[in-house]
Design a protein. Sequence first.
Length: 523
Amino acid sequence: MSSGSDSKAFYLTTPIYYVNDAPHIGHAYTTVAGDVLTRWHRQRGEDVWFLTGTDEHGEKVLNTANENNVSPQEWCDKLVEDKWKPNWRALNIANDDFIRTTEPRHMERVQKFMQLLKDNGHIYAGKFEGPYCVGCEEFKLPGDLDDGKCKVHGKPVKMLSEDNWFFKLSAFIPQLLKHYKENPEACQPESARNEVVAFLEGGVRDLSISRSTFDWGIPVPWDTDQVIYVWFDALLNYATAVGLGDDPTSEGGKKFAKTWPADVHLVGKDILRFHAVIWPAMLMAAGVPVPRKVFAHGWLLVGGEKMSKSKLTGIAPSEITDHFGVDAFRYYFLRAIPFGSDGSFSWEDMSARYTSELANDFGNLASRLIAMIEKYCDGAIPGVAQDEGLTTALAATVKKADEAICALDFQGGIGAIMEYCKKVNGYVTEKEPWAMAKDPANTAELNKVLYNTAESVRALAVLLHPVMPETTQKLWKALGAEATMGDIAHQKISSVATWGQLPAGSRVTKGAVLFPRLEEKSE
Ligand code: MSP
């Protein structure tokens, strides 16, 4: 673990999203996962850089702008400002940067990179003839189609016949296979890696990296009648945003040295091949180190199919957060679905988990504790005490949660924390502090029980902070911990299990209920 300013930062990216439409919960799923993971790493004391952004070029965005009778740039500006950025703010996403592929900082570096590949002999002129899906922005093989339609979008593909520039992707197959053999962690989960390896072993064609029939894109530097293929442009965002190709002594060059290679590219499984085949090959061609890990998560399904706006099954995050709140949204998907597998969204399941895990197990524990400290201890945290069972369980919980979350097993990590919450509830139920309070002879024992419970809740607040930043911050204040221990975001994972941190005498305050009953919220 390091926090020195010269050491490499933990660098995580989300895909950059197409701005042809507003965000839905599938997009939010990836970005929330990235936010939770980066917040966790920050609380591990690491330097972190978290990038998200928007993919603005290509035919798909151009067509949408045309349909709306505005220029593509106007369309992108509007969607980014009115839909995408506000959506991430509403979900409490703490990204460090937001890249748009129409920004000069990106376009200039993309052109420079492409010129370098051309100069190094990795690009040649050719003719592309075949199917293209505008929805995927992908050149397809006949085997990718079902009755002439794209399998992902279920829509007819276009037949292209264009003189284009090609990238010698096929030349990198042996190097890519060697890379995944030697670094199994570079593509996760294992099922995703197997898919990539099988795909590579099946043979890969060279890739057309330019288009000549429209002009919404970055001009090919040596042939300005063509624009760069949108995926070649988009993949580079991860590196252009942190100064790819800049002089090492410049700001950009220093940023690049501090962040690159990326530690994790989070992607949905539908865009795995772009990230695990094309992207590393592009970097290999330029002599730039490849990312340390590409992690492909599953899809949120509606009616058994990938939820998507084009199939009219897209659910806006606000439809869920208006009812359940932002933190429950952030919690639910990571808790309920193993990261890497598909999962169905169901209103009933979310309501059930909200009530049992958040409102009952966590929220009630916190409110009962604070009510008892107010009632039995005049609102002041009693003297430091210790319970062997809770202390040992907490240490084991922190270890398990840290290992799981760092391995992107959010379900396992959050599950371990919630198990501890259950254990603390069991402790309170067993000790019955309300019964102890009836006899003054029990005061010392009562104070111990309340201190142990408060310490446990302190730890739960810190551990759940990356997942539910707003609620845990409220709880932190209610415990009086902000005044005595400082900002919750500065509490370190490595010391959460150190018992006895909540100072005796901290004043608790009863705040609003952390997870209100759902009926009350939905009037
Ligand atoms: N613009 C490209 C990515 C370029 S990255 C260099 C793109 N954009 S997208 O907006 O279509 O999708 C972005 C991400 O959202 C993908 O990772 C995709 O898997 C994810 N999801 C879209 N629908 C989803 C679900 N229904 N469920 C989970 N994730 C989903 O592709």
